[in-house]
Design a binder for this molecule. Structure first.
Ligand code: PLP
Length: 364
């Protein structure tokens, strides 16, 4: 028996359902470049997100890179270092300067009280992250963005299916980026999308993800290639049918973890955010004053073939590739959390018995 437990496990439809969905591709021989499946997935996601504009990409990272280019941003962009490499790299790869704001110690999203002090005449945008599916202080961010005339692009890679009241997470800021990577709550194998308010962005994003080609004999932008193909879109069409059920099953796993771990001294778990419908994307635990430190817990779990992940560690502002250009002491809360946080295994198929086993090992 293979009782190895990974930190996550990709959701998949039945093989029959996927085969049925891709069958017509053998008739059309149309495999990519915004075909029938691509159009269908766009329409289905617009309806799921209850929003008016969406553009699909081959992955979430390129969705973010292309969006920064499409908005013609300049100078400095305020973001947080407590995120996946992608968020910071997308800024730097566009030739712009990331300015790191600290996170708040409750939900690990950008600390709105520290944001205004970082704005200079060069600031053009804010890229906050709905980390772990926790919702940023969207009203506070909107107020500051309006006051200083800044664009807001949410990195919503973790937030698929999250709602604030009745409003889908896709409807905040100027743009929201989603990742449909295999490890995310909803996947298209690899994939991503942006949702946005200004419908004029649609054409620019389309052109940028398709080499800047605007007509049979005209190329107006120095674009790249970031198109979602038909097999990815077909996977998305299938997975979207089941995503609400998947989220429900994740919820059961998270509730069991909460039940087992919430009363243990030195183990800190995120509180529910008021009025937020969660997606149970991750289960981050902060070991602060516990008998064992985070790294000891990782090793202990590994001894039982259970793989938790130091997510996020290290902070993006301490990556080697940035050659000491940034100072992670300027984001002390992010640094403190990154040294103590661990995301425990979580996916729809994880059995409650396995959750108990993981909790026993941690608490033993
Ligand atoms: C996954 C992820 C991305 C990048 O998405 P890909 O689809 O893997 O390119 C960006 N930001 C965050 C926070 C992520 O978790």
């Amino acid at each position: 028996m293979n009782n190895e437990i990974q930190v996550t496990r990709s959701s998949m439809p039945s093989i029959d359902e996927y085969m049925e969905e891709i069958r017509d591709l053998w008739e059309s021989h149309w495999l990519t470049n915004m075909g029938v499946k691509h159009k269908q997935l766009e329409a289905n996601l617009l309806s799921y997100f209850d929003t008016s504009n969406i553009t699909l990409f081959t992955n979430g990272h390129l969705a973010l890179e292309c969006t920064i280019a499409a908005l013609n941003l300049t100078g400095e962009i305020i973001t947080t270092p407590f995120t996946f490499a992608s968020t910071t790299h997308a800024i730097v790869r566009n030739g712009l300067e990331p300015v790191f704001c600290d996170i708040n110690p409750e939900d690990y999203t950008i600390d709105v009280n520290k944001l205004e002090a970082l704005i200079t005449e060069k600031t053009s945008a804010i890229i906050p992250v709905h980390v772990y599916g926790n919702v940023c202080n969207v009203s506070g961010i909107e107020r500051i963005a309006k006051k200083y005339n800044l664009k807001v692009i949410y990195d919503a890679a973790h937030a698929f299916g999250v709602k604030v009241g009745n409003t889908s997470i896709a409807n905040f800021g100027d743009v929201s980026m989603f990742s449909f990577h295999a490890t995310k709550v909803f996947n298209t194998i690899e994939g991503g999308a942006v949702t946005y308010k200004d419908e004029k962005l649609q054409k620019v994003l389309y052109d940028i993800k398709n080499f800047g080609i605007t007509g049979p004999e005209s190329v107006e932008y120095v674009g790249g290639n970031a198109k979602m193909n038909e097999f990815q879109a077909a996977m998305g069409i299938c997975n979207l049918r089941h995503v609400d059920m998947e989220i429900k099953r994740r919820k059961a796993v998270v509730e069991r973890y909460n039940e087992r771990l919430c009363k243990i001294n030195g183990i800190k778990i995120c509180k529910n955010q008021e009025g937020v419908k969660k997606n149970y994307a991750y289960f981050p635990v902060v070991f602060d004053g516990y008998r064992l430190n985070r790294d000891e817990i990782v090793e202990k779990l590994k001894g039982y073939n259970i793989h938790a992940r130091k997510y996020f560690y290290p902070l993006t502002n301490s990556f080697e590739c940035y050659n000491g250009k940034f100072d992670d002491n300027k984001t002390p809360i992010a640094k403190y959390i990154a040294e103590r946080v661990l995301t425990l295994p979580l996916y729809a198929d994880l059995s409650l018995d396995d959750v108990d086993r993981i909790c026993d090992i941690i608490a033993d």
